[in-house]
Design a protein around this ligand. Structure first.
Ligand code: SAM
Length: 353
């Protein structure tokens, strides 16, 4: 048996590998290894979640950001970016549409826009929960203090997505300016866990300067943090960023890493991301066939969707749009999947069969 097949088996039985083993696997994987990991990952996903796909309605609340991440199209220094922000009323309207379409999780994501101070945010969160007590509210609005996260939690927020982006400090500063803090980003994730959020983290696949070594550190970090959700998707070039001349990531590597994450963290909520669907037309279906179980269709007002341009050619219509849920359901059904019509919380308890 090939060396990598043995490593995938070891990951499956012990749920960890050493850094050297991860590096070796990431440096030498073949199509056969991808297929092997994929088949194990699907069995694990089916055991924990069955063939149910968990949908989240994604509301992109603002394209205004105080940060200057080198890879991101809505970075502060991109003067060509179109900026918008949604009011509380706009957001509640998106929720009303989403609720009537059957969405029971709303993800409020945006740049770090200081307009949304704690009072504004808590008012939005508690209004959503008051109107729709059976929904989960997920926030993805970047780095805040412990006390701010606690306020939002007390106002009713259930989950928080904050990708660590990379677990290697040197790599972090190749992706972000020195004014941002690697230590703070990691601390935020532990604070969110301490408060009681269901926490999601993740990284871009094949981001500039990513190596088998930094990826190995990502996997070791994921194991250590033990998050409820892991969002990974290919890095995709945005033409007006400092990384305009870099290469985008591939669906091949993304799909392999999705399978490995499912094998290492069996219970985890694992989205087939929009970036995967952008780089590869069938990327999201392939994601589900590689162990993913979550999708986040776009529920933002149609007139702002093109303005939340994190990377070039971002999908914002077709099955990716929340309003096309029934055609999405039909498509998923042809691959044997069904859509879950409830909050879709993580299943972290050990399974007893
Ligand atoms: N501001 C919040 C934060 O920092 O977590 C949430 C919004 S941020 C734009 C959401 C995610 O988009 C980031 O965590 C990053 O991984 C991803 N992203 C940004 N630019 C990207 C690109 N060029 N290609 C792929 N993903 C990208």
């Amino acid at each position: 048996m090939g060396k990598n097949i043995l490593l995938i088996d070891k990951l499956n039985s012990t749920k960890e590998l050493t850094k050297e083993e991860f590096i070796s696997l990431f440096s030498t994987f073949t199509d056969e290894d991808i297929e092997y990991a994929r088949s194990i990952a699907c069995k694990i996903r089916d055991k924990w979640y069955g063939k149910k796909i968990y949908l989240r309605g994604l509301i992109e609340i603002s394209s205004i950001c105080k940060n200057d991440c080198f890879y991101c199209g809505i970075r502060r220094s991109n003067s060509a970016a179109e900026r918008y922000r949604l009011s509380k009323e706009d957001i509640l309207e998106c929720c009303a549409t989403g609720y009537s379409l059957g969405y029971r999780t709303f993800v409020l994501q945006g740049g770090e826009d200081l307009y949304y101070n704690d009072d504004v945010l808590c008012d939005i969160i508690s209004s959503i929960k008051k109107l729709y007590p059976d929904v989960a509210v997920t926030l993805s609005i970047g780095e805040k203090t412990y006390h701010q996260y606690k306020k939002y939690y007390d106002a009713g927020a259930d989950r928080y997505l904050l990708r660590h982006e990379t677990a290697n400090e040197e790599h972090y500063y190749k992706l972000h300016p020195q004014s941002m803090s690697f230590t703070n980003r990691i601390e935020c994730l532990y604070n969110l866990k301490k408060i009681g959020y269901q926490v999601g983290t993740g990284f871009m696949v094949e981001s500039p300067y990513q190596t088998p070594e930094t990826l190995a550190e990502d996997f070791i970090f994921l194991k250590e943090l033990n998050p409820d959700m892991v969002g990974i998707g290919p890095y995709i070039v945005h033409h007006s960023t400092p990384f305009a001349n870099e290469q985008s990531g591939t669906s091949r590597t993304t799909l392999f890493l999705l399978s490995l994450i499912r094998i290492m963290l069996p219970y985890v909520l694992l989205p087939a991301t929009t970036s995967l669907g952008t780089i590869d037309n069938d990327g999201q279906i392939k994601g589900f066939l590689s162990g993913a179980n979550v999708m986040m269709p776009n529920l933002s007002p149609v007139n702002v969707r093109k303005k939340y341009l994190l990377y070039d050619n971002k999908l914002c219509s077709g099955n990716e749009a929340a309003e096309f849920k029934s055609s999405l359901c039909k498509k998923l059904k042809t691959f044997g999947f069904e859509v879950l019509d409830s909050r879709g919380d993580v299943k972290k308890e050990p399974l007893h069969n």
